[in-house]
Design a protein around this ligand. Structure first.
Ligand SMILES: [Zn+2]
Length: 413
C-alpha cells in the first residue's frame, strides 16, 4: 500500500532560501491558476489542467523568475489545483496567502529522487534543482519512493516521501468491535471503558503564548517585529500539534491492533467548531490568534483522530464505521430509553426509566457501538465481573486537571 514517511530536513541556508523561493513561486502559480479558473467559471466556461499547463510553459519563456523552480513542481501545483477544484468547487478552494499558507511543493517523479543513508542519524535525498538535502533518519522509508513533498511548518522544513511498501491490508482481524466516543473534556472513551487523553500544551507554553499575543498586539502590520512574533507563536503551536499527532498515532495503533471494527460518530467537525473562531462577540484585532489558543487547548483534533485511525486501519485490516451521532449521549444503553435528563452531569449517566448507571462517555461509546449493529459484550457492563482496574474514572469534575496526564492511553482489555 502507499504510505507517507515524513522526515525533518536539515537544509543549508542556501537550500532553505531556494525552498522558500520555490514555495512562493508555487503560491503565485496556484493563485494565478485559481483566479483564471474563477474568471472562466463566472463566464460559465471551464478551465482545466491541460490548457493551464500549456500557458504555464508560455509564461516561463516570458518570466525569468518562474524558471527558478523545477517544471515538474509547478505542473504538480496546477494538478493539485485541478483536483482541489474538482473536489471542492472552484469557489471553495482557498487562496494561498503569504501569511497563512505553509510553503509546500511536490516532486512528482520518484525515479528522479535518490534516497540514501549517510550514518546512524542522517540520510540524504537528491532532489531536482535543490541537490542533496540531508534529513534526520528517524526510520527507514521501507519501500520504493513515488514522490517527495517538501514543506515548512512551525519554522522547520520537512520532507515527506510517498512510498509503496508492498504491504497488503490483511483480510482478517481476530479482534472484537469497539465504539469510541470523542469528547471535549476527554479526547476518547471506548465502549470497553478505557479513557484516552493527554495534555497537549504545557503550562509554560500557555503563559508564553499569552505573552506573545500581547506582544503581537503591540506590533505594527508588516513590521519585522510582527513577523518574528508570529514565527515564535507558530513554533509554540507546532509543538502542540506534534504532541497531538503523536497521541492520535498511538491511540489509532492501540485501537486498530486490538479491534476488528472501530465505530465512531460521524461528526461534522467543521460545523461544530465554526462558532469558536471569529465570533461577533470578539471583533477586536488578533481574533484569529486568540481562536488559535482556544483551539489548541480545547481541541482534541476529532477529525485528525479519525484520519489517524483510518490510516492505521489499513495495515491491520480493521474496518472503520461512522454512525449518526444523534442521541448517543442521552440514550440508555441497557433499555434504550431516550431522555436528556438521563445524563446527570458531564460524567454520570443514570437512566430515568430503568435506573441503569454508567460513566456517561462509556454509555455513549456503547451506544455508538450498538448503532453500528454490534452487540455490546456483557463484560463491558459495569455491574458484572469488572476488576478494579477496568473501573472507568469517576465523575470528571472530581479529577484535577493535572491528573489528566495520568489518563494517557491506559492499555487494558
Ligand atoms: Zn434504561
Amino acid at each position: 500500500m502507499l504510505a507517507g514517511r515524513k522526515y525533518r530536513l536539515r537544509l543549508t541556508p542556501e537550500q532553505a532560501r531556494m525552498a522558500e523561493e520555490f514555495g512562493s513561486i508555487c503560491r503565485s502559480v496556484w493563485n494565478t491558476g485559481l483566479e483564471q479558473r474563477r474568471e472562466y467559471r463566472r463566464r460559465g466556461a471551464w478551465m482545466n489542467y491541460v490548457p493551464q499547463a500549456a500557458e504555464l510553459a508560455d509564461a516561463k519563456r516570458e518570466h525569468e523568475w518562474l524558471r527558478a523552480a523545477p517544471s515538474h513542481v509547478l505542473q504538480q501545483t496546477l494538478k493539485d489545483l485541478d483536483r482541489a477544484c474538482r473536489t471542492h468547487g472552484t469557489f471553495k478552494v482557498r487562496w494561498r496567502s503569504r501569511a497563512r499558507w505553509n510553503p509546500s511543493f511536490r516532486f512528482p517523479a520518484g525515479n528522479l529522487i535518490t534516497v540514501e543513508r549517510l550514518n546512524r542519524k542522517l540520510g540524504r535525498a537528491k532532489l531536482p534543482k535543490l541537490g542533496w538535502v540531508a534529513f534526520r533518519w528517524s526510520r527507514h522509508p521501507g519501500g520504493e519512493v513515488r514522490s517527495a513533498t517538501v514543506s515548512r511548518r512551525a519554522g522547520h522544513w520537512y520532507i515527506s516521501f510517498l512510498v509503496e511498501d508492498g504491504v497488503l491490508t490483511p483480510g482478517h482481524h481476530a479482534g472484537t468491535p469497539v465504539g469510541v466516543d470523542r469528547g471535549v473534556a476527554v479526547a476518547a472513551t471506548t465502549s470497553t471503558g478505557n479513557v484516552h487523553d493527554r495534555e497537549f500544551t504545557t503550562g509554560g507554553e500557555r503563559i508564553r503564548y499569552r505573552h506573545l499575543q500581547q506582544r503581537l498586539a503591540r506590533t505594527h502590520k508588516g513590521s519585522a517585529n510582527r513577523r518574528k512574533t508570529l514565527a515564535s507563536m507558530k513554533r509554540n503551536m507546532g509543538r502542540v500539534t506534534d504532541r497531538r499527532a503523536d497521541f492520535h498515532a498511538q491511540l489509532a495503533n492501540q485501537l486498530t491492533t486490538r479491534h476488528n471494527v472501530v465505530v465512531l460518530e460521524d461528526l461534522r467537525t467543521k460545523n461544530m467548531t465554526a462558532s469558536a473562531k471569529g465570533t461577533k462577540a470578539e471583533p477586536g484585532r488578533n481574533v484569529r490568534q486568540k481562536a488559535g489558543l482556544n483551539r489548541a487547548i480545547l481541541d482534541k483534533g476529532w477529525h485528525r483522530m479519525e484520519r489517524a485511525i483510518r490510516n492505521a486501519a489499513r495495515s491491520t485490516g480493521t474496518e472503520m464505521v461512522l454512525v449518526n451521532p444523534a442521541y448517543t449521549s442521552q440514550t440508555c444503553n441497557r433499555c434504550g430509553h431516550v431522555d436528556p435528563k438521563n445524563r446527570k452531569s458531564q460524567a454520570v449517566f443514570e437512566c430515568t426509566a430503568c435506573g441503569h448507571r454508567d460513566h456517561a462517555d462509556v454509555n455513549a461509546a456503547k451506544n455508538i457501538l450498538s448503532a453500528a449493529g454490534h452487540a455490546v459484550p456483557a463484560c463491558g457492563d459495569l455491574a458484572v465481573g469488572r476488576s478494579m482496574k477496568q473501573e472507568p474514572p469517576g465523575p470528571r469534575e472530581a479529577v484535577p486537571v493535572q491528573l489528566a496526564s495520568q489518563l494517557v492511553g491506559i492499555p487494558r482489555r
